[in-house]
Design a protein around this ligand. Structure first.
Ligand code: PLP
Length: 869
């Protein structure tokens, strides 16, 4: 087998000296942000000789480093530390290495004066760092050996890490996959977001109900981040606008300090290391003297304390936003700090701000950071003194916007009155942006008041609202959707007026990183791919997996695929055993649906299908039961704390699980599990074990989905609707390798109306029986079964669960038939894995870089930096 070779691996991790030029400088700059300091040759010579060597990668050196961290950083004794101590010391040892390449990378970008992309996202769902970092920089084996030598197991150490759950679901995970691809492809990029103290809540199940436990993930510290007490910016809320004679100025109000926390993002097999900068809110230094003069010392302190709330908690919403003032504060807080940071970096080299777009591209991950369009206008005009026209032209060249949903209820809006109170200057600027925008539109389309209303940033009504999506479109040079069908709907349904008016709306089909989702999550499959295609280059070029297809009829490959699958199913079975105490049959078909619980994702359709399967088996004779394909159904996902209906779904699923799993007549033929607390780490265990996964949203409602990609890459087949990226996955793997069912998007509105007005009646005895059982509270109490039954009435069945039911059951039958032929099934999975190249986030990121950001891959060249600038 041809192994990847890389000069960087040897440079970075060998015992080779650092490039001499690294510290042969006449002015050492803290690579991130420190002030330029006057220098003296002698001092730098000394520093250079002190640090002439990168950290060594040999096992004894790694062991020394780990033990040193135990003693000098953790202040524990080297003779007595537990798994968690070993994890911390290991993480710090890895971080030390990342800091070398990270500093050099940032300095290199600065000296090359490259254009950077800034990815602004309210969520980054990163998952654990340790294994990812070690595998990306190619020293996993050395660290494993080093730990073994001092009496620890890498598997135990890695599981000590808390999952930083700084995201809800797909949107946050997309940001994380993108960071991995940006680093791996050597693009100059930064991620910016919020360092929430409380991430996504921990989900527990109590009597079948979801319980939310606050996730204070920082309890035991976060060894991957670096607090930058020197990188802080003031962010002003409330206050009032003053005229300065030649412009406007915002004064008064409340100032909060944003403090930077940086985490290095290593790419795979490259020296380049990117930065994820998350902001934390702290009280500002400025004191309000009046409260002190009144003697209200404690009151003044507690008022200051309140400002920390801004970065306290991630809003656990998915697709619906509650319109909370604190949420808008979070958005403005992180965007304002980010833009100040970006402008400061740009201004290190003196050049006109009208050239900002030649060095800066800013991607808005959904509308959440859209207030940045307005904040940049304010900074350019009020602080930098630029005129309106020049500022607006600059802003439009810098921003681009990714839309993540066309569901009307999920489009962000803020009331004008809230904006006026919280961000008075910004509201003024929005009114002016809108005035000019509508004036121009009216010139082009005179006498079309409806069009103006639709395109307006301000929605008329009581109360008046600011539509963040319209603002994002108007303030960006490019808008993109996240899968072909979704981008089409963005053009035809969400923003048809803008599309006709020539606004640039592109499609960037999502992807996932094959590093985390195949190489790290599925070691046995990874080894098979590398062995058969005779290279591990697929890790950075997933198109190469195509090479598997020529061996699809080879019995050895088929056997290896089957063995790998069995091994992964055993791993999941162990998790199921731990959670439920139930031992499952690993030869059963593993049928999995894990994703946020949402009506449009239709976990209800899945669980009704399970009930029907249960009823069918119950009615069978012992002889007939011999023909049943045994099945293990796994469902997981969190419901937003305020999403009552989604919580009823969880209750029903757990109720069905209780009935079915405790029915001795059923035995191994059917088992159902709700696995609590779905997160990235759990996904890494569950996904490789799938035979089938369910992506069964009502057509037109799932923008893309990304777990569908992860599942197929891991050797499973999809049962799904023609929605989101399912459509493109089907194009790639072939319709014979996917179980497709259900109405298509153009049919949905009509079908809904037919149901509603009784023009179409669903008749299916299996469905009626299942509904009767739910109605009779066989699985859960009426507090849950009532609302669920209500949602299934024809006039209420907005998501068309009953309408798609028969078609769905047909697909489930086709799965059973296909699964009985083991060889044919394995061949389908081999072909599917081989054809998933398109869904690597590397492809997605290249498209963004070339078509939206206009940035260049900039791999670090050893010995090329001077630290002079
Ligand atoms: C990939 C992923 C998602 C997105 O799943 P969909 O099924 O595409 O909605 C959500 N949560 C986690 C933890 C993920 O890894």
């Amino acid at each position: 087998m041809k192994a990847r070779t890389s000069s960087f691996r040897d440079l970075v991790h060998g015992t080779i000296s650092a490039p001499e030029s690294r510290y042969s400088v006449t002015g050492h700059t803290t690579p991130q942000d420190g002030p330029d300091s006057a220098s003296n040759e002698k001092r730098n010579k000394l520093l250079s000789s002190l640090m002439s060597q990168y950290l060594a990668r040999d096992v004894p050196a790694i062991q020394r480093q780990i033990v040193n961290h135990v003693e000098y950083t953790l202040a524990r004794t080297r003779y007595n530390f537990d798994n968690f101590g070993a994890y911390q010391a290991t993480a710090l040892s890895v971080r030390d290495r990342l800091i070398e390449s990270w500093n050099d990378t940032q300095q290199y970008f600065t000296e090359r004066d490259v254009k950077r992309v800034y990815y602004l996202s309210l969520e980054f769902l990163m998952g654990r760092y340790l294994t990812n970092a070690l595998m990306n920089i190619g020293i996993h084996n050395q660290f494993t050996d080093a730990l073994t030598g001092i009496g620890f197991k890498m598997e135990d150490i890695a599981t000590e890490e808390r999952d930083p759950g700084l995201g809800n679901g797909g949107l946050g995970r997309l940001a994380a996959c993108f960071m991995d691809s940006l680093a791996t492809l050597n693009y100059p990029a930064w991620g910016y977001g919020i360092r929430y103290k409380y991430g996504m809540f921990e989900q527990r199940i109590h009597n079948g109900h979801q319980i939310e436990i606050p996730d204070y993930w920082l309890t035991y510290g976060n060894p991957w981040e670096i607090e930058r007490l020197d990188v802080t910016y003031p962010v002003r809320f409330y206050g009032h606008v003053e005229s300065t004679g030649h412009g406007f100025k915002l004064t008064g109000g409340e100032i909060v300090r944003a403090v930077a926390y940086d985490s290095p993002i290593p790419g795979y097999d490259t020296y380049n290391t990117l930065n994820l900068r998350l902001w934390s809110a702290q009280p500002a230094k400025e004191f309000d003297l009046t409260s002190f003069s009144r003697g209200d010392y404690y009151g003044a302190v507690s008022a200051k304390e309140a400002s920390e709330k801004i970065s306290s908690v991630l809003y656990p919403n998915d697709s619906t936003d509650a319109g909370k003032e604190l949420r808008l504060k979070q958005q403005f807080f992180f965007v304002s700090a980010t833009l100040q940071d970006v402008l400061r970096r740009f201004k290190k080299v003196s050049r006109p701000l009208t050239e900002l777009h030649t060095k800066v591209a800013i991607q808005l991950n959904d509308t959440h950071p859209t207030i940045g369009v307005v904040e940049l206008m304010r900074l350019l005009m009020d602080v930098e003194g630029m005129g309106w026209t020049a500022s607006w032209e600059t802003v439009k060249k810098v921003f681009s916007y990714t839309n993540h949903t066309v569901l009307p209820e999920a489009l962000e809006k803020w009331s004008v009155s809230l904006m006026v109170k919280l961000l008075p200057r910004h509201m003024q600027i929005i009114f002016e942006i809108n005035r000019r925008h509508l004036e121009e539109t009216a010139r082009k389309y005179p006498n079309d008041g409806h069009k103006l209303q639709r395109m307006s940033i301000i929605e008329d009504g009581h109360p008046k609202m600011v539509r963040m999506a319209q603002l994002a479109v108007v303030g960006s040079h490019t808008v993109n959707g996240v899968a072909a069908i979704h981008s089409g709907l963005v053009s035809t349904r969400l923003f048809p007026d803008f599309a006709k008016d020539g606004y640039r709306i592109l499609n960037m089909t999502n992807g996932v990183t094959p590093r985390r989702w195949v190489q790290q999550a599925n070691p046995s499959l990874s080894a098979i791919i590398s062995r058969w295609i005779e290279t591990d280059e697929w890790v950075v070029n997933f198109d190469l997996a195509k090479g598997l297809e020529q061996y699809v009829n080879n019995a050895d490959l088929q056997r290896e695929f089957a063995e790998s699958k069995l091994e992964n199913k055993k791993r999941l079975a162990a998790t199921i055993k731990k959670v439920s105490g139930v031992e499952v049959n690993c030869n059963a078909l593993f049928d999995i649906q894990i994703k946020r619980i949402h009506e449009y994702k239709r976990q209800l359709l899945n669980i009704i299908g399970v009930i029907v399967r249960y009823n069918k088996i119950k009615k069978m004779s012992p002889e007939e039961r011999k023909g049943v394909v045994p099945k293990v159904v796994v469902i997981g996902g969190k419901a937003a704390a305020s999403y009552v209906q989604a919580k009823h779904f969880i209750r029903l699923i757990n109720g069905v699980s209780d009935v079915v799993n405790n029915d001795s007549e059923i035995g191994d033929l059917l088992k159902v599990f709700f696995l609590p607390n779905y997160n990235v780490t759990l996904a890494e265990t569950i996904i490789p074990a799938n035979d089938v996964s369910q992506h069964i949203s009502t057509a037109g409602m799932e923008a893309s989905g990304t777990s569908n990609m992860k599942f197929v890459m891991n050797g499973g087949l999809i049962v799904g609707t023609m929605d989101g990226a399912n459509i493109e996955i089907r194009e790639e793997v072939g319709e014979e390798n996917m179980f497709v069912f259900g109405l298509h998007t153009p049919e949905i509105d009509h079908a809904r109306n037919q149901l509603k007005y009784g023009e179409y009646k669903v008749r299916d005895d299996r469905l009626s029986e299942a509904m009767n059982q739910i109605q009779s509270n066989m699985y859960c109490g009426s507090d849950s079964s009532g609302p669920i039954m209500n949602s299934l009435q024809p006039y209420n069945d907005y998501y068309l669960v009953t309408r798609d039911f028969s078609s769905y059951m047909d697909a489930m039958d086709r799965i059973d038939e296909a699964f009985k032929d083991k060889t044919a099934w394995i061949k389908k999975t081999i072909v599917s894995v081989a054809r998933m190249g398109k869904f690597s986030s590397d492809r997605t990121i290249r498209e963004y870089a070339e078509q939206i950001w206009d940035i260049e891959a900039t791999p670090f060249i050893p010995g090329s930096i001077s630290y002079k600038s």
